[in-house]
Design a protein around this ligand. Structure first.
Ligand SMILES: N[C@@H](CCC(=O)N[C@@H](CS)C(=O)NCC(=O)O)C(=O)O
Length: 215
């Protein structure tokens, strides 16, 4: 049985596990209470960030790497195009861009908004991170002008990566998306596996319930 430590980006992992029909248990990690007291979690990830997984002898962090691992170790899955499929390179590109180009830069803005002294909140780096987010989002936008999903005609794990990032930006920095992006989020989040993952992730569910979409 796979153990998933922590929600946050762990929601990506729960969503994939539900899509793949793999049994797992969620072990909560309370970042707000401080992981210093959580010796068991620190023995899994001494750096103290979430998510992490334990799968037999395998211990891993980094949500996108975990998605790739699960698909490779427990696949095959229709959520990954075959390596000779023309959709494969663009799939990999957006799988990683969801974190490296979208959610990652937003993290810097969120941390600044929450933790920086009042006088240091609006700074060059925050503007830069938002520019990075916008430029990568433009690539998502161009893709969605042609296809229903970021890798083309089929839903893939790249959509789990990107959808999470878009929702993260909506809910943390109030980023306002256009109709095509909102329709995309609607398409991916009405999947049954998304609903099941949400039911298994109470902190994420509460977080979503506290946010209302503005069109
Ligand atoms: N690139 C990492 C980002 C992980 C991350 O930033 N996790 C947040 C919660 S979603 C966290 O643990 N923040 C506290 C910290 O980094 O110490 C991933 O995709 O897993």
């Amino acid at each position: 049985m796979i153990t998933l430590y922590g929600e946050g980006r762990g929601f990506r992992v729960a969503w994939l596990l539900e899509e793949m029909g793999l049994p797992y248990r969620l072990r909560q990690v309370d970042l707000l209470a401080g992981v210093e007291q959580d010796a068991e979690f620190l023995s899994i990830n001494p750096a103290g960030f979430i998510p992490a997984i334990v799968d037999g002898d395998t211990v891993m962090v980094e949500s996108i790497a975990i998605l790739q691992y699960l698909l490779a170790r427990h696949g095959p899955s229709p959520l990954v195009p075959a390596s000779d499929d023309p959709a494969y390179p663009v799939y990999l590109q957006f799988l990683h861009m969801g974190e490296a180009g979208l959610a990652g830069p937003v993290n810097a803005i969120v941390a600044t908004n929450i933790l920086a002294p009042e006088t240091e909140r609006q700074n060059w780096t925050v503007d830069w991170a938002l520019d990075i987010f916008r430029s990568r989002l433009d690539l998502v936008r161009r893709q969605l002008a042609k296809y229903p999903y970021v890798a083309g005609d089929n839903f893939t794990a790249a959509d789990i990566s990107v959808t999470y990032a878009l929702q993260f930006a909506q809910r943390t920095i109030g980023f306002v998306f256009d109709a095509a992006e909102l329709d995309y989020i609607g398409r991916t989040t009405t999947r049954r596996a998304y609903g099941r993952a949400m039911d298994n992730c109470p902190a994420t569910k509460a977080w979503v319930a506290g946010w209302t979409e503005t069109r």
